[in-house]
Design a protein around this ligand. Sequence first.
Ligand SMILES: C[S@@+](CC[C@H](N)C(=O)[O-])C[C@H]1O[C@@H](n2cnc3c(N)ncnc32)[C@H](O)[C@@H]1O
Length: 481
Amino acid sequence: MINTVESLNNSYLPRLSEFIAKRIGLNFPEERWRDLIRGVQAASCEFGFPDVEKCMEWLLSAPLTKQMIEVLASHLTVGESYFFRDAKLFEAFEEHVLHPLIDARQRRGRFLRIWSAGCASGEEAYSIAILLKKVIHDLQDWQSTIMATDINPHFLRKARHGIYSEWSFRGTPVWIREKYFTRTSNGRWEVLPDIKKMVDFAHHNLAEDPYPLPVNNSNAMDIIVCRNVLMYFTPEMATSIVRNFYNCLDNDGWLIVSPYEAPVTLSSEFKAVRLPNAILYRKGIPEVLQFENRHGANARDTAKSPSRSKIEKPLYRHRKAAPVSPLTRKDNREAPSPAETALKADCAEIADLARHYANMGMLPEALEHCNRAISQDKLDPSLHYLLASILQEQGKVEEAVKSLKRVLYLDHNFVLAHFSLGNLADIQGRRKDANKHFKNASDILNKAGKETILPGSGGLTAGRLAEIIASMREEEQHEQG
Ligand SMILES: C[S@@+](CC[C@H](N)C(=O)[O-])C[C@H]1O[C@@H](n2cnc3c(N)ncnc32)[C@H](O)[C@@H]1O
């Protein structure tokens, strides 16, 4: 039976639209209630409810899991996308963002970190990968990260598959399809493996999942592309997402949204950079902008701390990344004396600075401050955890493992240390060890309340980390066929 706005219990729709705005971010004001009913009707079949009203009642009363949110999102989101959508914007992006950034990084550590947020079925992320391949001739010597995230698992599955119909190429120059795709036997187009492996796809709910957070690799970004996503959100949610993006970006980082989404960005801390065919947004504007000269790096890039030049690509993929933020503090010691308290405050400040540097990707500075903090308080596991995370980001795996073991020696329940050891073992192909560490982490998480915010983790809950571990294991099983 098709339900209508009129036939449904009046109290459900306002509550449901409020609830969806909060959990997914999507805006369903009264004039869009028909779309909302259509979406929930489709979802209710998947949830096993023949009656949409019963399903709504259940949704409003049950604590929703990540899987339930995914089902709902998969029926309520719009996945419209195509390769090189908005050609003018891509030109501006190439000319005014990529070229200066690449020129600066050529001389100062070849790395780039880009996030396509709300990537739908991957066309946008692969377009960025193609662009990088086109403009960086020695790409094999670069450490480039293109992270692409979405809330809709069906879109992500298609994105990872990388096979598209002609429709995804509307408005795309034919040579791009010819050069970077192969024709499949049934007349579709598959992204070349070289391009495919440049992009990491992951599930991420912009409305709920915490960011910036090293655990999901959403920190220290150079560029965030989030087009045609915010326009579906409530204004409050869009504003809060833009604020989070601001914190995810490196000092001179760029945010790229679609023209319809300009209002929310304009009212944020971002500076609008007006170019002939596009408006882009930047976190901090360098004193001298050299947009005319694409071979001259901008002043801020050139003047940047030398430390970034030595940055190493994190060894792990985003879904296996370990958070920089430490989880727990050891509270079982005797009350400190006033002198100790002063020293501790000092130590906490130094540790905060170390964390700040780590989040900005300034790893040598982070390391130096972290070591200073540890020299003041050798028994604080959270400091050793911070050290391990920095070492891990620097690619110093063995040293990171030693620090993580020290963390567990000091506090066996430090769940993020178990999680990180699992990630490292996994990367090194030691599946059995990895599973052992993940199991230890899960056992500890199972004892904690789902909503417990893991202390010092930047907002990650015990339930969410448990879900991350479960979905990693699922993916692993899927890969093993
Ligand atoms: C219209 S598509 C945009 C695709 C691409 N960015 C483009 O411009 O071509 C909007 C995407 O936002 C995603 N989305 C909606 N709500 C989201 C949320 N809360 N978190 C992450 N992604 C979300 C949808 O699943 C959908 O794939």
